[in-house]
Design a protein around this ligand. Sequence first.
Ligand code: PLP
Length: 351
Amino acid sequence: MSQFLDPRFAALKEYTPGEQPQDKQYIKLNTNESPFPPSDQVVQAVNGEQVRDLRLYCDPDCTKLKKAMAQRFGVGENNIFLSNGSDDILNFCFMAYGGRGAAFADITYGFYEVFAKLHGVQAEIIPLKDDFSLDVDAFRGKNKLVVIANPNAPTGLYLDLAVIEDIVRANPHSVVVVDEAYVDFGGESCYKLIDRYENLVVCQTFSKSRSLAGGRLGFAFACPALIADLEKIKYSTNPYNINRLTQAAGLAVIEDDGYYMENCRRIMENRAFAVAQLESLGFEVLPSKANFIFCRSDRIGGKQLYLQLKEKGILVRHFDKARISDFVRITIGTYEQMQALVAAVRELLGE
Ligand SMILES: *Cc1c(COP(=O)(O)O)cnc(C)c1O
């Protein structure tokens, strides 16, 4: 840190992304990417012509992509916001709506706390219950920004639509952000509620279910007034934050949505397989509606399991954090990857 850094940022503890090792090939189950590549349409869309056009600025409105998405989801174009990953959208939400503070769970996506600190937003951290479920009653009448990941990360636990609607209704004077990064793996999105609630922002992403983590494309649904707020912030920071290649790739993904939804179905199958296998080895696995599972064994600690799997070439995620340090989070990959994982765990346990 230099002597010049604004003291506002000196105490900021930045987000730690999951490892993206460049040294050797791991079975990579640590950052919830898709094990399946984008479809051929994406490869064709990001073609030579698009590359030649990189000399030109991209369309800051993402007109074509927005139109296609409005059709796909059955909402108005003025109900959609697009940005450089959903992290970008969450960042904008803290900026735009965090004036009176922000409430979120103790065990949830780690970026919420970072965004709060970055923008000087007072964080109210609400502990999950002992079973890691959300304390719904503690999320009523907050009168400040409310942020809920559903399904939650890193637990994978999912709240029914009726519960989400209850929380949105119980916070009429503040914005409720529902982060649905993992909703395509068995949950039901709440985005259809945007017509009824002027305080609801629903964030989703192309990173997990649509094989485009490296393309950086996130989107949000909300009423037109909230979308206008987010556009105002985007146009005040970086209007060109979704580059030409990513816009083309995103459009090709939307036009081939069946492929991605089929991949989600396969991941849910592989999830059921992994859960059954780990449970048969004595693991406790939290019920997951995400493309990862959160599990622990009383025969091996979380950190130890993470380190020993890494030695065997399998990367999972461990969080050195109170309440969850016994657990590891394992991304659901292909069937073969899940077989390799189970075999490695079995070996580590000496079975
Ligand atoms: C992965 C993730 C995101 C970020 O997704 P990007 O669109 O890649 O920025 C947001 N929220 C949660 C809960 C996530 O796990």
